[in-house]
Design a protein around this ligand. Structure first.
Ligand code: BG6
Length: 465
């Protein structure tokens, strides 16, 4: 069968530095907010100090990725390895580590895709106000300049900020918010600063890496109305705007979404960016959109007078009086961790995204978290993961067939790593890492059944779909 996927399609996989590298204080690395995870979470899950110890095992990991046949590998660079205090001196040891990793990937013809920032804000910057402080944007630009200059000849694809929308909407769930009340007061300023930092970094990129490609990586999902009631359709419109489009409009269209500006006004928030800022936002455009997709959302009408019972608690869903509230979708099955599984939602998301922005799309995350079991003969029979990927890739092929332009697919995750807030027991990898929540065992790597399945799929460029 002829494959629907382009011949140079980037079949890849993803990780992020703080969830995968470990070595949290090695070779001059500074501390990030993620190194204080104990502050936020119960003591029955691991921290990010060792994780999968990729820092010391990157050669073995890349060799296994090559055996799996990966064409691309998306990883993030830890800001605190490059600039330990966030905004000061460059740490050459940090540059060296990523240089070696990139060389190793190139050795096996694996295209490196670099995420610049994945939730691991330097703690020194967090202490002085995080993204609210101007020093954080300064530091980010300094960090960007250092990595663009060091890797411009080796890395073509760059991703600016991972899930900027999740940071704003659910920063407390991913260990980035100390005080939720304060956060709710400042988060729209933070959002503007992040948008500005992203735009400035793109402009800097054009100067330093003129032949490279750069894009954002929000978490985007199709939003369904809970019923055919017209008021539920209105909630769908509102929620898509608040969850998805407002974040992409800024970067792709160069301006804030008008409904979002109105939303801020109604929330009593005085949002008045300067003309100079708005001109910078207009000047910076991405080459592609990468996005993370795990699940769709379903919403229903919520009256303006209805009481909000769980303000901003992503665990329970979102409720915004006058705009809508999320509800469960009775048509979808769930993962062991309660996430709704919606492969057709991926096709819907791809088509909506492409229709709206007309930019090539890269899926930078998609996957299923599960309590995988290592058998006594060191096998992992993760047929549920194979089924999950089969269904999602099949819908991706249909989206391409319908006219969507795609660059690649980098599911989460290449190798097992520590989840943002549910420990190592929630595994996502094609490659198993032998450790438990607190017992580090031997950290040995074992290919799961999904590893062999993905290898075959890559070999025939997804021609079964
Ligand atoms: C994405 C993040 O939101 O989802 C990853 O970019 C994260 O960092 C992934 O690990 C899966 O979420 P979780 O909470 O199960 O780790």
């Amino acid at each position: 069968m002829i494959s629907k996927f382009p011949k140079d399609f980037l079949w890849g996989a993803s990780t992020s530095a703080y969830q995968f590298e470990g070595a949290y204080n090695v070779d001059g690395k500074g501390l990030s907010v993620q190194d204080f995870i104990g502050k936020h979470y119960p003591k029955d899950i691991t921290d990010f100090k060792v994780t999968s110890d990729h820092y010391h095992r990157y050669k073995e990991d890349v060799e296994m990725m090559a055996k799996m046949g990966l064409k691309a590998y998306r990883f993030s660079i830890a800001w605190t390895r490059i600039i330990p205090d966030g905004n000061g001196e460059i740490n050459q040891k940090g540059i060296e580590f990523y240089n070696n990793l990139i060389d190793e990937l190139i050795k096996y013809n694996i295209e490196p895709i670099v995420t610049m920032y994945h939730f691991d804000l330097p703690d020194n910057l967090n202490k002085i106000g995080g993204w609210k402080a101007k020093e954080t944007t300064e530091g980010f630009l300094k960090f960007a300049k250092a990595i663009f200059t060091s890797f411009k000849d080796k890395v073509k694809y760059w991703i600016t900020i991972n899930e900027l929308n999740v940071m704003i909407l659910s920063g407390h769930v991913i260990n980035m918010v100390d005080d939720l009340e304060e956060w709710n007061r400042i988060k729209f300023d933070v959002l503007h600063n992040l948008n500005m930092a992203q735009a400035k970094v793109i402009n800097l990129f054009r100067d330093i890496v003129p032949n490279g490609k750069i894009g954002p990586a929000p978490n985007i999902s199709a939003v369904y109305p809970a019923s055919s009631k017209p008021e539920d359709q209105n909630a769908k419109f509102n929620f898509s705007m608040l969850r998805n489009w407002t974040f992409l409009d800024v970067i792709c269209r160069g301006s804030y979404n008008p409904f979002y500006l109105n939303f801020l006004k109604k929330q009593g928030y005085n949002f008045n960016p300067s003309q100079e800022d708005l001109a910078i936002l207009r000047s910076a455009k991405p080459d592609f959109i990468s996005f993370n997709y795990y699940s769709s959302s379903t919403v229903e009408h919520m009256g303006i007078d209805e009481k909000n019972t769980n303000l901003n608690d992503q665990q329970k869903g979102y409720e915004i009086p006058g705009y809508g509230k999320t509800v469960q979708n009775p048509n979808l099955l769930k993962t062991q961790f309660g996430w709704e599984i919606d492969p057709i939602g991926l096709k819907n998301t791809l088509k909506e995204l492409y229709d709206r922005y007309n930019l090539p799309l890269l899926i930078s995350e998609n996957g299923i978290g599960a309590r995988d079991v290592l058998t006594s003969d060191f096998k992992i029979h993760d047929d549920y993961r194979i089924e999950y990927y089969n269904q999602h890739i099949s819908e991706m092929a249909k989206a391409i067939d319908d006219g969507v332009e795609m660059l690649g697919y980098c599911p989460w995750s290449a190798v097992d790593l520590v989840s943002t807030h549910e420990g190592i027991s929630k595994r996502y990898g094609f490659i198993y890492v032998n450790r438990d929540e607190f017992d580090l065992k031997d950290l040995k790597r074992y290919p799961k059944d999904s590893f062999f399945w993905y290898k075959t799929l890559i070999e025939n460029n997804g021609s079964d779909f």
